[in-house]
Design a protein around this ligand. Structure first.
Ligand code: DSN
Length: 423
């Protein structure tokens, strides 16, 4: 298919032409197969999503939007982008969708660029209490270009202090209020946020990246009836490709589209838009909804087991796919716990907990999530077992033979749930 000198190389698989990379790809596959993945923002995507992401669509430039491109040859990609848009709108009941953002961060930044001017005020949850870098962290674009007023969780309940959010909104009259978090174990009261936004004359945006799959399945309240803008990633609970989407009400459609392209991005990743289309199709199935419900039940089981074993859960529990564990009374930092669990092939991430004095590189806690293991097939008995293994690893942290037994049990547990056998 390709000019003579290149033909053999072009037709070669990674294994055939690049042994070094092939070894690394195999090592990562093996790592995923043999690790118990509790990172709340990760998942195992489907074969169809992998196939679309690895398709020839990666060859195509398509700056612009369907029917209005800056390149020829876009007749097929127009249909692909329209398919992704329509399926996304249908899945969530949205008025408008832009499926071009490369990531959740690009989606958030594009939304701000569309709605705000530099120096405008936005009211967002502080990162240390569960927000995100792009929700106004000082070193992020969002924190440098906007006047960010942070809100927090209450010290006693560790849930969002809505009275304080209301008071801050009244005092600062933000142009935008952001809800939706990366490390908040409770459901979000979107109706209350809408009321607060209306009272302050603010727009309301939800970054639903973490709970998007749950929302699609009705396992978490939907932000759509209440929010002007909803951004998401597609690779977390949604289990699609690594990417982002912006949904909005019709009146913001033009501004959002202009902000994404030509405002902040050039050519969209057409192969990833195709993968988003298939991701949305899968997310609309009853099978996917059942897994999302199980994801929530599984997180509850894991959290309950950890709490029964003496660990402190931030806010006392979870309603979603993740729990936040406060380790500060154990004399173990989040960083140490992450490393300890890694040594027994359980993957978690260190995470600051509200009112944490530890540096973000050290942290006083860890975040655990159920999406990846639930996709893999775990049910509540396996989650309880996982919780017991974590407790045993913590209790036996200075006992190499206890840790070796835990590692062995992790391996045996995972062997019952094969992953990507067809790869
Ligand atoms: N980094 C993601 C997470 O782990 O929650 C958020 O973008």
């Amino acid at each position: 298919m390709v000019s003579r000198p290149l033909a053999a190389i072009w037709a070669g698989t990674v294994a055939q032409i690049d042994g070094e990379l092939d070894d690394l790809l195999r090592a990562e596959l093996r790592r995923q197969q043999t690790s118990l993945d509790l990172i709340a923002s990760e998942n195992f995507t489907s074969r169809a999503v992998l196939e679309a992401t690895g398709s020839v669509l990666t060859n195509k430039y398509a700056e612009g939007y369907p029917g209005a491109r800056y390149y020829g040859g876009c007749e097929v990609v127009d249909e692909i982008e329209k398919l992704a848009i329509e399926r996304g709108k249908q899945l969530f009941g949205a008025e408008h969708a832009n499926v071009q953002p490369h990531s959740g961060s690009s989606a958030n930044i594009s939304a701000y660029y569309a709605l705000l001017d530099a120096g405008d005020t936005m009211l967002t949850m502080e990162l240390a209490h569960g927000g995100h870098l792009t929700h106004g962290l000082r070193v992020n674009y969002s924190g440098r270009f906007y006047d960010v007023v942070p809100y927090h969780v209450r010290r006693d309940t560790e849930t969002i202090d809505l009275d304080k959010v209301r008071a801050l909104a009244r005092a600062h009259k933000p142009k935008l209020i952001v809800c939706g978090y990366t490390a908040y174990p409770r459901t979000i009261d979107f109706a209350a946020f809408r009321e607060i936004a209306d009272e302050a004359g603010a727009l309301l945006m939800c970054d639903m990246a973490h709970v998007a799959g749950l929302v699609a399945a009705g396992a978490h309240p939907s932000p759509f009836p209440y929010c002007d803008i909803v951004t998401t990633t597609t690779h977390k609970t949604l289990a699609g490709p690594r990417s982002g989407v912006i949904f909005c009400r019709k009146e913001h459609a033009r501004a959002i589209d202009k902000a994404v392209f030509p405002g902040l991005q050039g050519g969209p990743l057409v192969h990833v838009m195709a993968a988003k289309a298939v991701c949305f199709k899968i997310a609309a199935t009853p099978e996917f909804a059942a897994v999302q419900r199980r994801t929530v039940a599984n997180a509850r089981s894991l959290a309950a087991t950890l709490a029964a074993g003496g660990l402190r859960l931030v806010s006392g529990g979870t309603d979603v796919h993740l729990a936040l564990i406060d380790l500060r009374n154990l004399g173990v930092t989040g960083e140490e716990c992450q490393r300890l669990l890694q040594s027994v092939n359980i993957t978690v991430n260190k995470n600051v907990v509200p009112f944490d004095d530890h540096a973000p590189t050290e942290t006083g806690g860890i975040r655990v999530g159920s999406p990846a293991v639930t996709t893999r097939g775990f049910g509540e008995p396996e989650m309880q077992h996982t919780g017991e293994l974590i407790l045993r690893a913590l209790a036996g942290r200075d006992d190499p033979s206890a840790l070796a037994r835990v590692r062995e049990e992790v391996g045996a547990l995972l062997a019952r749930f094969p992953l990507y056998e067809w790869l």
